[in-house]
Ligand binder design. Structure first.
Ligand code: ACO
Length: 347
């Protein structure tokens, strides 16, 4: 029987779980057909797309009314300009539609939409329902909030869904942080912005897709970065910086170890685009040179859950990825959350 959405119990993969998979440590993906002797589902990334609001706010724009300067922002963060505007659903749907189109698929062929966001457009209903409506998908949709680590959490969740029998999952990272940013606070206004990035993951009986992963949270870190209902983002920038470097290094190492790979074998690192200095410090410790690191923060600022798919799409669009490449995704965010995944590129 061929696999179809909702047919978990009767799919070949549901019947073929090998006994040793039960004892696998979390993060170690044991889906190699060669190991089990039976087909085991992974995925291929078949499409990607992005969306950025038209309005661009430069560092000079901010310096025109804040006590800051282009030089300070560029030097301390790596950010030169950012896009601001739109709603989370608008941006997510635009990026999602582009990903579906690039994959040569129709919206009706998408079984599930995961919208990773920390800025839903309203409390109820989930913003993913609006995104599904705009796209014309009906298979299922949900929001996932793990702040700036959200997209990498989403990669792991989508992989589980594809292993459970779904054929195609649209994974979107979209945020409109400008709506919860105090534009008079120079400590945060220079960082945050809006955007969306999406990928279409399609079930495959031959490819692995997700090679290894690590997810984590330290909920005691709430005071370092939070936004209450109706309020603005509050951040202890220095402490977030310190912890971000720490978790990116430990989580990135764990994901690579579980994927059975090393920094030398990683073709490209796609980190959360929060601050260039955070990425430089973390990647130096991870042993991944900046020449093998995807960066878009100079043009996008910190777009939270959108930042990793925006950088991944940019790398794909500029020919930096080849089939078979191992790509390390590394995110961290409010919570504090962190997440790393080693994926295999097939786009
Ligand atoms: N322009 C000019 N001066 C500034 C600005 C600014 N925009 N912001 C702060 N300063 C000043 C400070 O007041 C301080 O002045 P002082 O020495 O007279 O006290 C000085 O610059 C240095 O301040 P620091 O806070 O030490 O500056 P730092 O180098 O740490 O940079 C920054 C600040 C950019 C916020 C950095 O700490 C950072 O990027 N932290 C991580 C933030 C982050 O990644 N957040 C996102 C998390 S992901 C999520 O979930 C959204």
């Amino acid at each position: 029987m061929s696999s179809s959405p909702g047919s978990m119990g009767s799919s070949p993969d549901a019947q073929s779980s090998s006994p040793d998979a039960v004892g696998s440590p979390p993060g170690s993906v044991r889906s190699s057909p060669a190991d089990s002797g039976t087909p085991s589902a992974g995925w291929v990334l078949t499409g990607w797309g992005t969306a950025l609001p038209e309005k661009v706010v430069t560092n000079d724009d901010l310096a025109s009314y804040l006590d800051t300067s282009d030089a300070w922002i560029a030097e301390r963060t790596g950010i030169r300009e950012r896009h601001v505007g739109g709603t989370t659903a608008e941006l997510a749907a635009a990026a999602g539609a582009a990903a579906i189109e690039r994959a040569g698929r129709r919206a009706e062929e998408v079984d599930f939409v995961i919208l990773c966001t920390t800025t839903p457009d309203q409390m109820v209903p989930a913003t993913s329902a609006d995104v599904a409506h705009r796209l014309g998908t009906t298979g299922g949709a949900m929001d996932l909030n793990a702040a700036c680590a959200g997209f990498v959490y989403g990669v792991v969740v989508a992989s589980s869904m594809l292993q459970a029998g779904l054929r195609r999952v649209l994974l979107v990272g979209a945020d409109t942080l400008s709506r919860i940013t105090d534009w008079d606070d120079r400590g945060t206004a220079v960082l945050f912005a809006d955007g969306a990035g999406a990928v279409l993951l399609e079930r495959s009986e031959t490819a692995t897709g997700l090679l290894g992963w690590d997810l984590g949270v330290d909920g005691s870190a709430r005071p370092l970065l939070y936004c209450d209902h109706g309020g603005y983002m509050h951040m202890d920038g220095r402490e977030v910086f310190r912890r971000a470097v720490r978790v990116m290094v430990s989580s990135g190492r764990t994901a690579m170890e579980r994927a059975g790979t090393t920094a030398d074998e990683v073709a490209l690192c796609v980190p959360h685009q929060a601050n260039l200095r955070i990425v430089e410090a973390a990647n130096a410790r991870l042993g991944i040179p900046m020449s093998r690191t995807a960066l878009v923060m100079d043009r996008t600022g910190n777009t939270s859950a959108a930042s990793i798919p925006l950088a991944l799409a940019d790398a794909a669009d500029t020919g930096r990825l080849s089939p078979g490449d191992k790509v390390l995704l590394c995110g961290f965010g409010a919570g504090m959350t962190w997440a790393s995944a080693v994926i295999e590129w097939h786009g």
